[in-house]
Design a protein around this ligand. Structure first.
Ligand code: ATP
Ligand code: MG
Length: 398
């Protein structure tokens, strides 16, 4: 069937009053954004508790895929809209809808009418009965099942009448733009893209920072991070990726600090610099892919010591209590897994010690850091001043 409209369903919990307008407006904006690159004509609009997308000259699969990337949408219903030409005409329209939608008539169904306009001659129960009967008359092989129907035929009597029976699941969450902006620490691994996706799902706009250590980490490793950002950007819209050259700082730490403390001290520098970049770019939190106990730098003690450098904004770790397999499942769903497992090295693996500390002591780490000397402050400053900014969108890298 060639649908001319889609009815967009969104969860209404927590979006009452003024928030509801903000939520709906943000959702309309994000839907427009998602559809913009596609072929076709689209009109997105809201109407008393409903959002519709009118579409023509479009590719069905492409539109569904785009809408499934818009946070805030819980269901996408391809809808047939008919004018109110009386009860008898509606029966005919429903019969032809069912005929076209379900060539095999051996189905069970239930009619679910809702009357938003009270001047319709039949009430909801009467519509259910009349339309159910018309369908049974037209297709004697089918049956009514009010408890577990295979097809739930929805009829909404509004100024216009909506007919729909399919709901394609959306990603859920809140539309991007309904919360603030966060700075994602994005590595080439499995976890951080998932952490970004999950935070964005709550409406948070993302920027990202990647600490690059050439020549120890290759251009291909950087490209991998860009490819991952692109996958996440399919949900968020364009992401500003800050690429920080971390080599001098890394070497300085390597030279002056005990090797079993390298990862912890390096992470403390990541956090310090990410916090600075967050502040400069209006981000309200850092976001990382850490999860308790995954590696030595993610024990409770290590996380505490790393976290200590963040004084101004909170660090969000949406995966903190996730098992690896749960993270992998999400990364497969959002299409980052295949990229994450590409074999390009990251700086953590290049500079990792054989026996890293698992229970670092904050005072000891601080005194190790003091051994580095003041030149590191200059290096940090220089790295931040020379940060490379790349705008990454799901369509192209600009
Ligand atoms: P991931 O799979 O996200 O790489 P991981 O399990 O490999 O995580 P770590 O390497 O300890 O864990 O990194 C923990 C977190 O620190 C990452 O999830 C990411 O948020 C951040 N991080 C690590 N390396 C970098 C990097 N080079 N640039 C930016 N952030 C990084
Ligand atoms: Mg990693």
């Amino acid at each position: 069937m060639n649908f001319k409209s889609f009815l967009i369903k969104y969860a209404e919990i927590g979006v009452k009053g003024k928030n509801r307008f903000l939520f709906e407006d943000a959702l309309v904006k994000q839907i427009n954004h998602a559809l913009k690159p596609l072929d076709g004509e689209f009109k997105v609009y809201k109407e008393v508790g409903r959002i519709y997308v009118d579409a023509s000259d479009y590719e069905y699969e492409e539109v569904i895929d785009a809408l499934q990337h818009v946070f805030g949408i819980v269901g996408i219903c391809p809808v047939v809209q008919v004018e109110d030409l009386g009860v008898e005409e509606l029966k005919k329209q429903l019969v032809s809808y069912m005929d076209e939608m379900y060539p095999d008539k051996n189905f069970t169904f239930k009619v679910n009418a809702r009357r938003a306009r009270k001047n319709y001659p039949l009430n909801s129960m009467e519509i259910n009965a009349a339309m159910g009967e018309a369908i049974l008359d037209a297709f004697p092989e089918c049956h009514v099942d009010v408890h577990t129907p295979q097809i739930l035929l929805n009829i909404e009597i509004r100024t216009i009448i909506n007919i729909y029976s399919e709901t394609i699941t959306g990603p859920g969450g809140m539309p991007i733009g309904t919360a603030g902006k966060g700075m994602l620490l994005l590595s080439g691994g499995i976890d951080s893209p998932v952490a970004g996706y999950m935070t964005a799902k709550r409406g948070v706009n993302l920027e990202a920072v990647y600490f690059h250590t050439p020549p120890y980490t290759s251009e291909r490793a950087k490209q991998k991070v860009m490819d991952l950002a692109k996958k996440v950007a399919a949900y968020t819209g364009p992401i500003k990726l800050h690429v920080v050259n971390f080599t001098d700082i890394q070497m300085e730490i390597f030279e002056h600090c005990p090797h079993e403390e390298l990862t912890i001290i390096m992470k403390r520098y990541f956090y310090r610099m990410a916090e600075e970049l967050a502040e400069r770019n209006g981000c309200l939190a850092l976001i990382t892919g850490e999860s308790i106990g995954q590696v030595s730098s993610q024990t409770m003690q290590s996380l505490g010591v790393i976290n200590e450098v963040c004084k101004k904004i909170p660090v969000f770790r949406p995966l903190i209590a996730f098992d690896k397999q749960d993270i992998v499942d999400i990364s497969e769903k959002i299409g980052t897994y295949e990229i994450s497992i590409e074999p390009y090295e990251d700086c953590c693996t290049t500079f990792v010690a054989k026996h890293p500390v698992t229970k670092p002591n904050l005072n000891k780490i601080k005194s190790s850091e003091e051994k580095i000397g003041d030149q590191i402050q200059e290096m940090v400053k220089k790295a931040i001043e020379n940060v490379e900014e790349i705008i990454i969108s799901n369509k192209s890298v600009c």
